[in-house]
Write a protein that binds this ligand. Structure first.
Ligand SMILES: [Zn+2]
Length: 512
């Protein structure tokens, strides 16, 4: 939500907060009658619950039986956010990412000013549903007012409850949101709902995510989750309905409180989902925050138009790129000192059919980064903060990385020169082959990054040269297949000397 400082000015003392809360709740309940929604038209129904600043690794320690039940009944994917300069780990960018299903480099919200927002091109999912499925009955309830005033969440809904937690305090308003949503689920027939609870962020700011008070607040919001789930299951028509419930957060929190920065605690986020087709007990490492919207759409039977430019995929779909197969091979740190022991991880073992050529590499250096390595965001981005490794948003799970900067952090000699080689793909009868991947490339000095293609085992030819930054973008290269060629192998060659890095993920080959 708002900055650490302004939050503290809103709630100066516990006593003052309690007074504000009581007034706020009374005002809300007196002034606001439960709205009547249009009758729903879908047996596929979705409830999205947003909890502000909820550090997922604290749920385990909290009295949170309903969130834990959802974890065993559903799929729980944790991941890390971007950081500056893409966007701050703040509520504006976080909720925009959740609501639009695209990263901040598309929706344009980099901080809580919302300056640069592009909700016209990348609307929230409720606005999108109003366009493509206007017969759906939709509802949103928020008490961080900008989610309404800035157009992040509420445009297009049939009914909304908007309260001002910054002015009145969040505790009472969160309770009002829970009660009204519970009543609507119980007494009416909504199809898609978004509800937001804000007090978790306030307690995070005031007492820290490491505090007992924060655990107690998780318990309060967990009880709201329980009431909403119970209201769903108590519906007379429940047996003929297919309900999906999604819980997500916009950013993490420091143990001592606060967010916006690039620490791993501030970057922590998660998507937790239960519903038809969503695997029970799954803990994927390839889920990201942009996956909320594609999950909602899939559960409603809506296929996204590629023109929408969504960045995510439904939480029930796993990444199929070859690097994911390396997850069991990941190990913890060896020479790195900034990554806690036990954090997975990296490996130098290439996927089946792939290889790494390191015969031109220098000697020594950091073991983890000696030549192309296969690593996770949790591991690689913790090597060093604020060097854009946090901007690797379009990689998922395990990716390939060549990092001459980190390699050079331990005594070494000679150049960084490493080549990642794909398997030979059958292109018999093809006139052109297309290579798709995502990349994060940071240019410096004499560093070189090249993609090469070799047909039938012949001399590799350069098909792409990177000479400037590419900040987490999809790449698509099309290469002519020589007459009579049966196979193609691609190479990713990176050379440098204590420069930056190159990340490759999601490699796909297709006929073009
Ligand atoms: Zn927030």
């Amino acid at each position: 939500m708002t900055s650490h400082l302004s939050r503290r000015t809103v709630l100066t003392t516990t006593a003052a907060a309690a007074t504000t809360v009581a007034l706020g709740a009374a005002t809300a309940s007196q002034a606001h009658a439960v709205p009547t929604l249009p009758n729903g038209t879908s047996n596929d129904k979705v409830l999205v619950i947003g909890m502000d600043g909820l550090r997922h690794d604290r749920i385990d320690a909290a009295n949170a039986p309903h969130l834990k039940a959802m974890m065993s009944e559903g799929t729980y994917g944790t991941s890390l956010l971007y950081a500056s300069p893409m966007a701050a780990t703040s509520s504006g960018p976080g909720w925009s990412t959740i609501s639009t299903g695209v990263w901040p480099d598309k929706h344009g919200v980099k901080d809580n000013t919302f300056a640069g927002k592009k909700y016209g091109q990348y609307p929230g999912f409720l606005a999108r549903l109003a366009q493509v499925r206007p017969a759906l009955s939709t509802y949103a309830a928020v008490d961080w007012k900008p989610l309404d005033a800035q157009g992040t969440v509420t445009p297009g809904v049939d009914a909304k409850l908007v309260l001002d937690g910054d002015r009145d305090g969040y505790t009472g308003h969160d309770a009002t949101i829970a009660a009204e949503t519970e009543a609507i689920i119980r007494d009416q027939n909504p199809d898609v709902l978004f509800v937001y609870f804000g007090q978790s962020d306030i307690v995070g700011h005031n007492q820290g995510a490491g505090s007992k008070a924060y655990l107690d607040q998780i318990a309060v919001q967990d009880a709201y989750v329980g009431r909403l789930r119970a209201a769903i299951k108590a519906r007379p028509s429940y047996a003929s309905e297919r309900w999906t419930v999604v819980v997500a957060t916009d950013h993490g929190h420091l143990d001592a409180g606060g967010h916006g920065g690039s620490s791993v605690e501030e970057r922590r986020t998660f998507v937790l989902a239960t519903g038809p087709g969503i695997a029970a007990g799954a803990r994927p490492i390839d889920t990201r925050l942009v996956d909320v919207v594609p999950t909602v759409l899939k559960q409603l039977g809506i296929t996204p138009d590629p023109a929408w430019g969504l960045d995510g995929k439904p939480v029930q779909e796993r990444s199929t790129d070859p690097f994911e197969a390396l997850r069991p091979a990941l190990t913890g740190r060896i020479d790195e000192t900034g990554i806690p022991a036990g954090v997975l991880g990296f490996t130098h073992t290439a996927p089946s059919g792939w290889s790494v050529i390191n015969n031109a590499m220098g000697t020594g250096g950091m073991t983890e980064w000696r030549g192309w390595s296969f690593a996770t965001d949790e591991f690689w981005s913790r090597t060093q903060r604020d060097q854009w490794r946090e901007l690797n948003v379009r990689a998922r799970g395990v990716f390939a990385v060549a990092d001459s900067d980190e390699w050079s952090d331990k005594t070494f000699s000679g150049p960084y020169d490493s080549t990642l080689v794909t398997p030979a793909y059958d292109v018999t009868g093809w006139s052109r082959v297309r290579l798709d991947f995502t990349t994060l490339y940071r240019q410096e000095g004499s560093q070189q990054a090249q993609v090469l293609a070799s047909f039938n085992g012949g001399t590799p030819a350069v098909v792409k040269n990177y000479t400037s930054d590419v900040v987490s973008q999809p790449q698509s290269l099309t290469v002519d297949v020589p007459a009579g060629a049966a196979g193609v192998s691609f190479r990713f060659r990176y050379t440098g000397s204590n420069n930056w890095y190159w990340v490759i993920d999601g490699v796909r080959i297709s006929q073009s």
